[in-house]
Design a binder for this molecule. Structure first.
Ligand code: X5A
Ligand code: ZN
Length: 673
């Protein structure tokens, strides 16, 4: 269904006209380098774009006051002196005779993106804009922002398309206080922001940015602030927050539209953020959000000031929106202590509002607020900062690897009487496996091997896995006579072949035969009902839910806060997703699982389903092809027993798997970044 890209060179045509150290980083090149990178990587061409329009007065008044709009309207006619003077009433922003025009285009681009996504012209998209928006308030410019592009887009979507729930994810490294103020009483807009905070020492130095500011009145619980109290946060820290706060809450909220305040000053090398997350993390952040709201995701550029990391991050985001396989997640060692402290605080203050967090630990006893420090800027501290910024900007990191899509997206191995789903390719190998393999098959599968069709299915699957490893085929789907028999064999084969690590996810009570060794070459995670024996060895994990996989809420919660962290930390080179007979999982939950798992292993997922499951070949293929999963509906509270089970398993495993941690404990990484 396509990805939109809204951009207009006109938005590069304003700049800082006087000396202001606070604003000198906000340069036109931010946009030109980003767009050029999209062109150079062949991504711009793959997007759907068109001319962009200016936001109208009525659009701008959805968020801003008439007085403010009228004031900004005068800026194109001001002299340099007037502009300077006008600028002085706001914080960390500058005006230029052309900025009003650009600000209308920036907001207009965001609105057009919403139109394209809401009308179904495209599935998702990005608006590359300047000036950014998330700091601007009802009657004030702030932080390089003139009009609040994303807040306006959210109001517009509510009004024009009667959207009832909008999720705004603000991954920019600054707090979008403008967005927070706009929606703090509004339960129809869930605003999530993480931001450099350092106990209020970092700009904009607001008490309002702390974790305990959760929204007011009806909006209580719909404002989620994650303060970073140290610099140097990395990929693990970001993903931890997604797995243990944002995703569970977002799935429970069930947005009809997702807007992203896509600032990339949260990436490595940025002089403002001073964080260490690499540009490829944005592929994962994007991917993890892409199945919400039926895939309706609009990313709007905010900050990003390192002219090397910014375009890389933009490309990672757009390429993911286009559906290309994500790069392998890198540098995951578990969150640092300071991140865990923030995570703990955020989860505990939101416990009462979100049932997925009901069992989060209470507020840490060490009174966090005592750590809040008065903001007093000493001169020598400032110079130290300047030097630190330079060091950060001179940082080097490897360029994210090229992401190539295999020629064949989805191959299927199906009995002749099952039609090949649309856009898939039927796969079989005529090549008879070599004698050694045949003998091995026979040894391992005594009974089944007498059946020649089972043998040919198996050799097809082996060859399919090989082709996935060679990047000729991205993913696959097979119906097999007996998953319990096939899986161990394939696992054994895959783990000895080019695949270093295989993640096996089994949905349903299939009693998989050994061999599953504890050597780390496979990680088995099985979701079953309470009859199944619970196991939590490091590499062999069984989660027994009360109603098996039939309870969407418990199932989804397990996927988001247990399976995904495990999968990401394990970093497999192949994912085998098994669906046994009578797994009980509903179609939409299954599709979310299938979609989410494709963030791993370059999207190399092989789905094996018991042949009785042939009714869901179509939906599974659709998810493997990257179609957005249908919405799960607003989730009810997971069963108490299930939440307890999940917590128990998480506790047991968090020593081995650091991405499962949600509170500070002895086994934490320990070092502060
Ligand atoms: C959009 C954005 C940052 C302003 C920083 C001012 N603004 N010190 O990233
Ligand atoms: Zn920013």
């Amino acid at each position: 269904m396509g990805t939109a890209l809204f951009y207009d060179e006109e938005m590069t045509k304003y700049k800082l006209l006087w000396v202001d150290p606070a604003c000198k980083i906000e340069v036109p090149e931010r946009l030109t380098v980003s767009y050029e990178a999209l062109v150079k990587n062949g991504l711009a061409d793959r997007c759907i774009s068109g001319p962009i329009r200016e936001a109208t007065d009525a659009d701008i008044l959805l968020v801003h006051s008439e007085e403010y709009l009228e004031a900004v309207k005068k800026t194109p006619y001001m002299t340099l002196e007037d502009l300077k003077e006008f600028t002085l009433q706001y914080g960390d922003v500058y005006f230029h005779p052309n900025i009003y025009h650009c600000a209308k285009l920036a907001a207009g681009a965001a609105l057009q993106l919403v139109d394209s996504v809401m009308t179904g012209t495209v599935r998702n998209g990005m608006a590359l804009v300047r000036p950014p928006g998330h700091h601007s308030m009802r009657s004030a410019a702030n932080g390089f922002c003139v009009f609040n592009n994303v807040a306006t887009a959210a109001q517009y979507a509510k009004k024009k398309y009667s959207v009832e729930r909008v999720l705004i994810v603000d991954w920019d490294i600054h707090h979008g206080q403008g967005v927070q103020y706009c929606f703090q009483e509004d339960p129809s807009v869930l605003y999530f922001s993480w931001h450099r905070y350092e106990h209020q020492k970092f700009w904009p130095n607001l008490r309002d940015s702390d974790f305990d500011i959760i929204g007011t009145d009806k909006g209580a619980g719909f404002n989620i602030n994650v303060p970073w109290n140290k610099v140097g946060m990395n990929n693990s820290d970001y993903l931890s927050i997604f797995f243990h706060v944002l995703l569970p809450v977002a799935y429970e909220f069930c947005p009809e539209l997702v807007l992203v305040c896509a600032g990339f000053d949260s990436a490595i090398g940025d002089p403002e953020g001073e964080m260490c997350a690499t540009p490829d993390i944005f592929a994962h952040l994007t991917h993890l959000l892409m199945n919400l709201a039926g895939g309706k995701l609009c990313a709007v550029l905010e900050g990003g000031y390192n002219l090397t990391s910014l375009p890389q991050s933009v490309c990672q985001t757009v390429q993911t929106l286009l559906g290309d396989p994500a790069p392998l997640p890198t540098n995951l060692f578990g969150p640092c202590e300071s991140a865990l402290e923030s995570l703990h605080c955020v989860r505990s203050v939101h416990r009462q509002y979100w049932s997925c967090l009901k069992h989060a630990a209470e507020l840490p006893t060490s009174e966090i607020s005592t750590k809040r420090i008065k903001i007093e800027e000493k001169e020598d501290e400032k110079t130290e900062n300047e030097e630190e910024k330079k060091r950060v900007e001179e940082k080097v990191w490897p360029e994210p690897p090229k992401r190539v899509s295999p020629l064949i997206h989805t191959a299927v191995v199906l009995p002749d009487d099952v039609p090949c789903p649309n856009r898939c390719e039927r796969f079989s190998t005529l090549a008879i496996p070599d004698l050694v393999t045949v003998n091995k098959l026979r040894e391992n599968l005594l009974e089944a091997a007498s059946d020649s069709s089972a043998l040919s299915t198996l050799s097809s699957l082996i060859s399919l896995i090989e082709k996935m490893g060679q990047n000729e085929i991205r993913n696959g789907l097979a119906l097999v006579h007996d998953v319990c028999m096939v899986v161990p064999y394939l696992v054994q084969h895959a783990a000895t072949a080019s695949n270093r690590r295989v993640l096996v996810v089994c949905v349903g009570d299939a009693r998989l035969r050994s061999p599953f060794k504890d050597d780390g070459k496979t990680l088995l995670v099985q979701f079953g009902n309470k009859e199944l024996e619970e196991k939590h060895n490091k590499y062999n994990i069984t989660v027994c839910l009360q109603k098996g996989c039939t309870d969407i809420s418990g199932f989804t919660h397990t996927v988001l806060s247990l399976l995904l962290p495990l999968g990401y930390e394990y970093d497999p080179s192949l994912v085998l997703l098994i669906r046994s007979a009578d797994s009980g999982v509903c179609d939409s939950a299954w599709q979310h699982l299938t979609g989410l798992l494709q963030g791993l292993a370059h999207g190399r997922t092989l789905v094996l389903m018991q042949e009785t499951e042939k009714a869901c070949v179509g939906i599974t293929a659709s998810s493997l092809l990257g179609d957005a999963a249908p919405s799960l509906g607003q989730l009810h509270a997971p069963l108490l027993e299930d939440v307890e089970t999940i917590e128990r398993v998480r506790h047991r495993l968090q020593v081995d798997w650091k991405l499962l941690q949600t509170t500070v404990m002895e086994t934490g990484r320990g070092d502060s970044p």
